[in-house]
Design a protein around this ligand. Structure first.
Ligand code: ATP
Length: 214
């Protein structure tokens, strides 16, 4: 069965690194990628643009890109944006046999044990993990290491022949972009940026986003 890839994030703002990661996953699995902007993530400080502005930027960034879409369910749901709740909903909507994968950067994956009911995530989806500069494999926290021990695979097909529970490291060139760095750069100099999709960069200037700091 064709894998469904969910790509959750704050996207504050969405940048070219996010798009490169989503494109690499799309190419590796020949399937669609669904961006899931978070409303109010419990495991990091509040975003500096509103959730609807962040979702709008995601939509601008992926507009015209075949196979990319944006799912606003976390913005509609009251309470914190637990990935677990979105995954439960996707699982309920697509059925117990549908392979689903959560696409995630290594920095976020290392913090997984801080996520709400994180062990249950492995019952609901696979993980596709992408390296990030400064975040290698060597430092998996012990609890995560234990949970992942029997789950690693290098073969994309293994994520298609089971609904959930496997972990694959997606190989792709490292991407330097970081939303935190981009916000800091915009606070210093509020101009067009080459590390953002053009439409997103223009939207930020039009709406004076991130002009006064992170
Ligand atoms: P910040 O720098 O503020 O933490 P971010 O750039 O990590 O933001 P998020 O919206 O938090 O952006 O990222 C969404 C997901 O994309 C996370 O799983 C994150 O690890 C991953 N990601 C973001 N940027 C990169 C990158 N340059 N390379 C690989 N993964 C990335």
């Amino acid at each position: 069965m064709r894998l469904i890839i969910l790509y959750g994030g704050t996207f504050d703002p969405i940048h070219n690194g996010h798009l490169a990661v989503a494109t690499a996953a799309q190419d590796a699995f020949r399937t669609d990628v669904i961006f899931l902007p978070a409303a109010d993530p419990p495991h990091r400080p509040p975003a500096s643009a509103s959730s609807s502005q962040r979702a709008e930027m995601v939509e601008l960034a992926i507009s015209g890109h075949p196979g990319f879409s944006c799912d606003r369910r976390e913005l509609r749901r009251a309470g914190p944006s637990y990935s677990l709740l979105s995954l439960r909903e996707w699982r309920a909507e697509t059925g117990p046999r549908q392979p689903i994968a959560w696409l995630i950067g290594m920095d976020s994956f290392l913090g997984l044990p801080g996520w709400h009911a994180w062990r249950e995530l492995f019952e609901l989806s696979h993980f596709i993990v992408v390296d990030r500069p400064g975040h290698g494999m060597q430092a998996l926290p012990e609890a995560l290491e234990r949970v992942c021990a029997q789950r690693w695979t290098d073969e994309p097909e293994r994520l298609e022949d089971a609904p959930a529970g496997r972990v694959l490291r997606l190989q792709m060139p490292l991407r330097e972009e970081s939303a935190t760095m981009i916000r800091a750069g915009l606070a210093e100099e509020h101009g067009l940026r080459t590390d953002l999709p053009q439409a997103v960069s223009a939207y930020i200037l039009r709406n004076r986003l991130y002009a006064t700091g992170v």
